[in-house]
Design a protein around this ligand. Sequence first.
Ligand SMILES: [Zn+2]
Ligand SMILES: [Zn+2]
Length: 136
Amino acid sequence: MANYSGGCLCGAIRYEVKGEPVRAANCHCIDCRRVTGSQFATNVFFNVDDLAVIKGEPKAYRHTADSGNTMTKWFCADCGSQLFSQSTGNTAVKGVKLGSLDDVKEIRPGIDIFLDSAVPFADPPDYTSHFGRGPN
Ligand SMILES: [Zn+2]
Ligand SMILES: [Zn+2]
């Protein structure tokens, strides 16, 4: 029994997650803004073994992040919805775009990161820890 399920806008890709998130972060970096087309991305990180694509095959796009790590971002090639991301800096987890989840249940972001590059009106909530760049 999966704890979470989700998918893309057109329904071609569906996934399930059996565990609980390792962490959830609002990321205000330029890359996350561009890829989502929004003011920031909320990425929910799960252990890679807990995440299973059960329908369709997401397309992968790879790029180099500021950190020098290679990022892979998976999305639906039909409707363009962003679904997952992974960094070579930590291959134990994959980020799931919060907006792709069917039901976020009790998931709440714990941190706001890369606030140095946030748009002026993207005030982070009081309940998260705030970082100018990464959390370390
Ligand atoms: Zn789709
Ligand atoms: Zn980011």
